[in-house]
Write a protein that binds this ligand. Structure first.
Ligand code: I6G
Length: 681
């Protein structure tokens, strides 16, 4: 048996190793080990901490999963106010700022530090005795919200810093969502019919301001630290540049595009460079920030109002414009949604000509009171499809027409509203804001479904992207996703701009996709409301497409993550003849439709049903359920006579009362942990 000292030392070593890999992965973007290897180290640390809770510390990398929801954020007083930046919109503005600086500084030399101005959320992070103790929003500059639990879930934020750091200090920076994470999150939200975030900034702000930090933990957030707020008990470097280098050495993530620049001309060049790079950067930035490098001069320059004189944001004017809303069109999405979009008089917005913009849904159009013929304000937010902000009311002539989606798609021949692509019947499920085309064979849906089936998060068929799926579909070579598996290299090679080599590569990619995990296949089928996470749950629970197809509403809703809306959608999918034919075709093509269960019969909790109620402190609901399943048990949503144990956390629901009335043994979270430990987890 290992002694306590030996275990402690092992835990500490593992922690240091994981922290190093975290830093390489999340801060340096330069991982040394595979994800699987990283997961293995994490599992080992989790196991040791669970078995030896006396060695669990708040800065352990296992503690980034988020905590139980809170009622409201507390308030944090900023010891030194978080200022905002003055803006320059032209080169002349920047020169005016520079001349004013020279007047105050005189002949003393100085240089500049330039950085991209990230479109995120300003935060202040306080470290005391090497530990992150507070994360706060800017708020009104003097008082912000305490978002420490949420900040702790962001991997690029160090939970602790080396021992030689000042005993108390504060860094300031920006929390943001990288463009790739934002697009992925919105894609998932679209599949799950949740409202989309308008831009990465809103997505970051919405994620950071979650009262349930377990939700924040799932969001792809990142940080760049841009200044030292204050430091006590230790001298700090004399320039901003050196300070940033020092903060980098403490483990903070600093924007790699930050530059030390000698001249004003250099800062203007930096701005032009950012403009050129802007679309290709991994994050949204709405300008640059220019700072005087010398801290003594910064102190002398001081602030004016609530803006420092020693720094300025140079950003192009907002990318908004007004134009005429000529009409409202309807496009059909992959899951059959009828999406209204604005047809605009072409207008240049931030260097790009815009002809169309999104209008989200009919409710949104009504809420904003947008009418056909209106002059509208439109906005382009970086990567995102331009959107109509609202009408310019003082330009109304009285001739504008209100929009009525059902009238717009009314089909005289059929005597009813109909899908503009296929004439299919249009439905609006209760409680939803979108209208849908209910016809499974709708060509607009079919083409997008093929594209989704082949996409990276689904069956990951390299080479079959938007263009190839559209070509294959319009040429009639692929009518549904399963047809992909019956394609011949010769058919592909005949397509425009496709050589034999590319054709062979695609066939190869199609062949390789036959053995993708079951969860990927379920996601690839494009069942409404079934995103990647839900597909994982279904794969774990059912282990085969046949078992999933056979599940009725009750069986589906007995799984805690599945509500009636998702259950309806799944059962409707498997009732549809066309979908069953596609599944048969996939099966005949040799696509893997099942996955061996990892649960063995002789596991300690085999055959035992658990119900969880209330909020647990150490686990999210899916984590607790996964633990039970790992040990062979099942997690159910309803308490019945068959229930083995009911585990309850804070604010348990009626399930606890029901368990008591049925005489079923209740377990506190601590007892549950003990049971898991005994059972070998
Ligand atoms: O809001 C800000 C964003 C970025 C900043 C800032 C910054 O530097 C890259 N720097 C300062 C000094 C302030 N706000 C006040």
């Amino acid at each position: 048996m290992a002694s306590q000292d030996e275990i402690k030392s092992k835990v500490e070593k593992l922690r240091a190793e994981i922290n190093r890999h975290n830093y390489l992965y999340y801060v340096q973007d330069n991982p040394e080990i595979s994800d699987a290897e990283y997961d293995r180290l994490m599992q080992e640390l989790k196991r040791l901490e669970e078995e030896n809770p006396q060695f669990l510390t708040p800065d352990s990398p296992t503690q980034r999963v988020g905590a139980a929801p809170i009622e409201a954020f507390g308030v944090v007083d900023h010891p030194y106010p978080l200022l905002s930046l003055a803006n320059a919109f032209t080169d002349d503005d920047l020169m005016t700022w520079y001349n004013r600086t020279i007047k105050l500084v005189g002949s003393r030399p100085f240089d500049f530090v330039c950085e991209h101005k990230i479109d995120g959320l300003a935060v202040a992070l306080t470290y005391v005795n090497g530990q992150l103790v507070t994360g706060a929003t800017r708020g009104d500059g003097f008082r912000g919200e305490n978002i420490t639990q949420n900040i702790r879930t962001i991997h690029s934020v160090p939970l602790s810093v080396p021992k030689d750091a000042p005993p108390r200090f504060e860094v300031r920076g920006e929390v943001f969502m990288p463009k790739s994470g934002f697009l992925k999150l919105n894609k998932e939200r679209e599949v799950e019919d949740q409202p989309l975030f308008a831009n990465p900034r809103n997505a970051a702000a919405g994620s950071v301001r979650q009262l349930d930090s377990r939700i924040t933990a799932k969001r792809p957030l990142d940080t760049f630290i841009y200044m030292l707020g204050y430091a006590e008990g230790k001298a700090t470097p004399p320039t901003h540049w050196e300070t940033m280098e020092w903060l980098k050495s403490l483990g903070f993530k600093i924007n790699p595009n930050m530059r030390l620049i000698k001249t004003l001309e250099g800062t203007l060049e930096y701005f032009r460079g950012w403009e050129k790079q802007r679309e290709n950067l991994p994050y949204e930035a709405d300008g640059i920030v220019v700072k005087i490098n010398q801290i003594n001069l910064q102190n002398e320059l001081g602030d004016v109002g609530r803006e420092p004189r020693w720094a300025i944001a140079y950003k192009p004017p907002a990318v908004q414009a007004t134009t005429k809303l000529i009409d409202i069109g309807i496009s059909v999405g992959r899951t059959g949604t009828l999406n209204p979009y604005a047809i605009l008089e072409p207008v240049a917005v931030g260097g790009v000509t815009i002809k169309n913009a999104t209008l989200h849904n009919e409710d949104d159009i009504r809420r904003k009171d947008i009418r056909i013929g209106d002059t509208v304000l439109i906005q382009r937010a970086g990567e995102v499809i331009p959107e109509v902000v609202g009408p310019v009311l003082n330009k109304r002539t009285g001739k504008e027409k209100e929009f009525d989606l059902l009238k717009k798609i009314y089909n005289n021949e059929k005597g009813r509203p109909a899908c503009p692509e296929c004439g299919g019947e249009v439905i609006k499920p209760e409680g939803e804001v979108m209208y849908y085309c209910s016809k499974a064979a709708c060509p607009a849906q079919a083409q997008l479904r093929i594209e989704h089936f082949a996409s990276k998060g689904s069956m990951d068929i390299r080479g079959v992207g938007e263009n190839i799926s559209a070509t294959l579909f319009t040429k009639g070579l692929v009518k549904n996703a399963a047809d992909l598996y019956y394609l011949k290299a010769e058919q592909l090679a005949e397509l425009d701009k496709m050589g034999e080599k590319s054709a062979a590569n695609i066939i190869n990619a199609i062949n390789n996709s036959r053995t993708r995990p079951l969860a990927r296949l379920i996601f690839a089928l494009g069942i409404r409301h079934v995103g990647e996470e839900m597909a994982e749950t279904l794969a774990t629970e059912f282990r085969s497409i046949d078992a999933l197809a056979a599940a009725d509403h009750d069986r589906l809703t007995s799984i805690s993550a599945i509500g009636p809306k998702i259950a309806d959608s799944i059962t409707a999918f498997f009732r549809e003849e066309d979908n069953l034919k596609i599944l048969q075709q996939l099966k005949e093509a040799g696509v893997k439709m099942e996955e061996a269960a990892t649960v063995k019969k002789d596991l300690p909790l085999s055959g035992k049903e658990f119900v969880i109620t209330g909020t647990l402190e150490n686990f999210t609901r899916p984590q607790a359920e996964a633990k039970i399943k790992e040990l062979g048990g099942t997690a159910k949503d309803n308490v019945t006579k068959k229930t083995y144990r009911v585990v309850y956390g804070a604010d348990p629901g009626l399930k606890k009362t029901r368990a008591e009335s049925l005489g079923i043994t209740l377990l506190t979270e601590k007892e549950f942990l003990e049971l898991l430990k005994k059972a070998g987890s």
